[in-house]
Design a protein around this ligand. Structure first.
Ligand code: SF4
Ligand code: F3S
Length: 442
């Protein structure tokens, strides 16, 4: 192993917009077509339709090809057109778009399956790929992901070695500024990137991501490892692994979680197809439509938190009644994501519904900052902007109602304990008086 330091992440990053973005900015796109729709809805719809018309002309042979495409794809998986329409409603609402966008979301999903696509695998467990490609009953989002026009994806493509590399080079050249780049996994910087070499020529993951990022239309970091380094970057980070945004000066959209939620990934891609530029992002690069809410604020167990009803041991009565998992280390109060709303596996479940607390898998450095995962939160040292305190102190001091929930629980427990103590000492007193009178009689 080397000194583990490697190259330093890029500084003074600037957003080199893609040619597609430049095209839009040339046409004086002053508004964000999706978010400021109330300002000029007709103009927003006109611009979006114009973009979709152009993309359809580019990616479909004729009207029949266009109209049969998504039906054929869904049909192969036993899903009907109605299932697709239902799914477009879900994505439209998840993207926080007005209902009028629903048919446009459907068109964008159709276009997405033909948009050139490169998926790079870096330092990781491939859990994101596994999560949507290997499911027995794929969701519509997963089906669309598995039908995108994958020009390069090591885990599924037929060509190997030099042929595979040639395909990637060709895609970068042929679809300059148009292809979607998704990166899964962290990028090791140590030994000048040599902890990870890929392909027949043994190029480093660092070099490949930097080269392929340059001409991509949009760049997405899928999962926590690609977004922030994830588990490969956890202490002591022997390979000096970092997230994608640290190795490129292009704008990166982070879709963290472990694994990434297919709805969030496809939703972001659909928004890109609709407007031709990245969505509005939060300060750590995540789309606001998916990551602006704290899990704790939308969790179905929240009422139990407020009522001071907690699971205190795995499998206890509280666990059976689906009480709040805060005392079992749930990191929902410190995690921003929409798992509680869109859920995983055909909108079926997510960690808290399955009975385990959130481990904060969509936050940077969650493996270092959020551990231990299954012990009361006071053991975890959680650092938030302007706040450095244990989770319990933070909750009690700043969460208001949430803090009140903990306080209510503490007061209730305290009062109960006092009552029990009083009862015990009263019983003890009665018993000793009885014993005393027995002794007197003797
Ligand atoms: Fe839900 Fe966890 Fe918050 Fe409890 S602490 S309400 S389980 S997010
Ligand atoms: Fe991850 Fe927490 Fe959601 S562990 S999947 S962010 S509930």
């Amino acid at each position: 192993m080397g000194n583990g330091k490697g190259k330093q992440p890029l500084k003074n990053k600037k957003d080199n917009s893609s040619p597609i973005l430049n095209k839009d900015s040339k046409s004086n796109l002053k508004w964000d077509p999706l978010r400021n729709i109330a300002d000029d809805p007709d103009e927003v719809l006109r611009k979006t339709d114009e973009r979709l018309d152009n993309l359809e002309k580019e990616y479909f042979n004729d009207e029949k090809d266009k109209s049969d495409n998504i039906g054929n794809i869904f049909g192969l998986h036993g899903l009907t057109r109605r299932d697709f329409i239902k799914w477009t409603s879900l994505v439209t609402s998840a993207l926080m778009l007005p209902y009028i966008f629903k048919p446009r979301v459907a068109r964008a999903a159709n276009i997405l399956t033909r948009t050139p696509f490169i998926w790079l695998e870096m330092s990781d467990c491939m859990g994101n790929t596994e999560a949507f490609l290997r499911t027995a009953h794929p969701t519509p989002a997963e089906i669309i992901l598995s039908y995108v026009s994958v020009n390069y994806m090591e885990s599924i493509m037929a060509p190997a070695g030099y042929q595979a590399e040639a395909r990637m080079v060709e895609t970068v050249k042929k679809y300059k500024g148009k292809y979607i780049l998704v990166v899964e996994g962290a990028i090791p910087m140590g030994l000048d990137g040599k902890y990870l070499t890929i392909g027949a020529k043994g190029k480093s993951g660092l070099k490949i991501t930097q080269e392929v990022s340059k001409n991509a239309g949009v760049i997405i970091a899928a999962g926590n490892c690609a977004s922030y380094g994830g588990i490969p970057a956890a202490n002591p980070n022997p390979t000096s692994a970092v997230g994608l945004s640290s190795v490129t000066d292009r704008k990166v959209i982070n879709i963290p979680a472990c694994p990434v939620n297919a709805v969030n990934l496809v939703g972001t891609l659909i928004e890109y197809v609709l407007i031709g530029k990245p969505p509005q992002l939060d300060s750590i690069g995540r789309p606001l439509w998916a990551y602006s809410e704290r899990l704790h604020d939308t969790c179905y167990r929240r009422a139990h938190f407020e009522a001071g009803e907690y699971v205190k041991n795995w499998g206890d009565d509280g666990a059976k009644k689906q009480y709040c998992l805060y005392m079992m280390g749930c990191k929902g109060p410190f995690t921003w994501n929409n798992c509680t709303v869109v859920e995983y596996n055909q909108d079926l479940s997510f960690p808290m519904r399955a009975g385990h607390g959130c481990i904060g898998c969509s936050q940077p450095k969650f493996w270092d900052r959020m551990t231990p995962f299954e012990e009361p939160n006071e053991s975890a040292k959680i650092t938030l902007p302007m706040v450095e305190a244990t989770a319990d102190e933070f909750g009690a001091a700043l969460f208001g109602a949430a803090g009140a929930g903990i306080a209510a629980h503490a007061i209730y427990t305290g009062v109960k304990k006092k009552r029990e103590k009083k009862k015990i000492s009263k019983n003890e007193k009665n018993n000793s008086e009885k014993d005393k009178s027995k002794d007197d009689k003797k």
